[in-house]
Design a protein around this ligand. Structure first.
Ligand SMILES: NC(=O)C1=CN([C@@H]2O[C@H](COP(=O)(O)OP(=O)(O)OC[C@H]3O[C@@H](n4cnc5c(N)ncnc54)[C@H](OP(=O)(O)O)[C@@H]3O)[C@@H](O)[C@H]2O)C=CC1
Ligand SMILES: O=C(CO)COP(=O)(O)O
Length: 341
């Protein structure tokens, strides 16, 4: 059995710690609040993030990052994207030999447009970094913590490392696939949060299933457009980390991004929505990053564009949908020149 450190005791970090603990590994979970760490160690609960769930006893929590990673063979990084560089900066000083870092966070960094694996490689020197593996897919923490059937994908440029991580996590409730397309896996997971905000917004406005199906389908088209432009395998977007994660996030009340969009659609202000949520809504920051990246790369992303205007330029939710519906007419399939008429 392995020693695994999980950094981030929020919903997803705790759910992944449960999967690892169910598989018999010794799990050390890093949280930054003493009260939360005491609650996990003494009551085996993390009520703020996974209410009602009893945690396995082989999860031990600590507020000390160096303590958490001391014996770790593998480190699972699950903090919000915004906190990545800060946590990696601390982690760098606590590592003395190369480890595999698995990350399970979903976002792109505004300004640099870096994916998380790129941030990890930038922040950790080769002397302490063996391999980076991404874990992503349609997987709400609430359902994983109840051991409901879930499938995810792990991806790395080092497929041996990906297979090792597959072995670490896989069990009868949690099926893990591999895919070598790191760019596609990371971009699919990050960009679907933008579309989930849009799906929530549409539902909040009172629009129906037709509108949501349109957002999911045309959302996938623009995710794949940017993704393939950035070097991803187009087939990845029809897999778990593409359409799979898009479906689960756009259609589930568990999704914080969908819920945030829903509140915006009902007329709440962004700052009130985020305060009300009390958990990370990655899609807001990723909308900014993807909007800027799409402009730089001259890739058309109409849904991202209108959401950017709703979030940052005060555009009304209904106006955003009207704008999408009134765009100039176009083909559905992009490469029409290759089709027979
Ligand atoms: N929830 C889910 O179902 C899934 C989430 N993800 C991704 O996982 C990542 C984490 O999300 P999730 O666990 O859900 O988020 P939550 O909002 O549930 O929890 C966030 C966690 O990060 C901690 N945190 C916040 N800021 C910092 C910081 N500056 N330094 C260190 N720790 C910090 C919080 O600590 P504190 O409590 O002290 O504030 C908390 O433990 C996101 O990128 C998300 O997209 C991916 C798949 C599924
Ligand atoms: O990524 C997720 C499910 O796969 C979770 O989405 P939210 O962050 O919107 O809750």
């Amino acid at each position: 059995m392995d020693n695994v450190a999980v950094l981030g005791a929020g919903s997803w970090g705790t759910a992944l710690a449960i999967v690892l603990a169910d598989n018999g590994h010794n799990v050390s979970l890093w949280g930054r609040r003493e009260d939360q760490v005491n609650e996990i160690n003494n009551n085996h609960k993390n009520e703020k993030y996974l209410p009602g769930v009893v945690l396995p006893e082989n999860i031990q929590a600590t507020t000390q990052l160096n303590e958490c990673v001391k014996k770790a063979d593998t480190i699972v990084l699950v903090t919000p994207t915004k906190a990545m560089r800060e946590v990696l900066g601390q982690l760098k000083n606590d590592l003395s030999s190369p480890v595999t870092i698995v990350h399970a966070s979903k976002g792109i960094e505004p300004g640099t447009y870096k994916r998380i694996s790129e941030i990890i490689e930038e922040e950790l020197p080769e002397s302490v970094l063996d391999s980076v593996v991404v874990l992503s897919g349609p997987s709400h923490a609430e359902e994983v913590s109840l051991r409901q059937p879930t499938t995810v994908t792990v991806s790395s440029v080092n497929m041996k490392a990906a297979e090792k991580v597959q072995d670490l996590f896989i069990n009868q409730n949690f099926r893990v696939y591999t895919n070598p397309d790191v760019v596609g896996v990371e971009l699919g997971g990050a960009l679907k949060n933008i579309i989930a905000l849009g799906a929530g917004l549409s539902d909040g406005l009172g629009y129906g299933d037709n509108a949501k199906a349109a957002l999911i389908t045309r959302g996938l088209a623009e995710i794949a457009r940017l993704g393939t432009h950035m070097g991803a395998n187009p087939l990845t977007f029809s897999g778990l980390t593409g359409i799979g994660d898009l479906i689960v996030t756009c259609t589930s009340v568990h999704s914080r991004n969908w819920r945030a969009g829903n509140m915006l659609g009902k007329g709440m202000k962004l700052e009130d929505v985020l305060e009300n949520m009390g958990m990370v809504v990655e899609g807001v920051r990723t909308t900014q990053a993807a909007y800027e990246l799409s402009k730089r790369e001259e890739v058309e992303m109409p849904i991202t564009q209108v959401l950017y205007d709703v979030l940052f330029n005060g555009k009304g939710a209904k106006q955003a949908v009207d704008d999408l519906m009134q765009r100039s007419r176009t083909h559905e399939v992009e490469d029409v020149s290759s089709l027979k008429s």
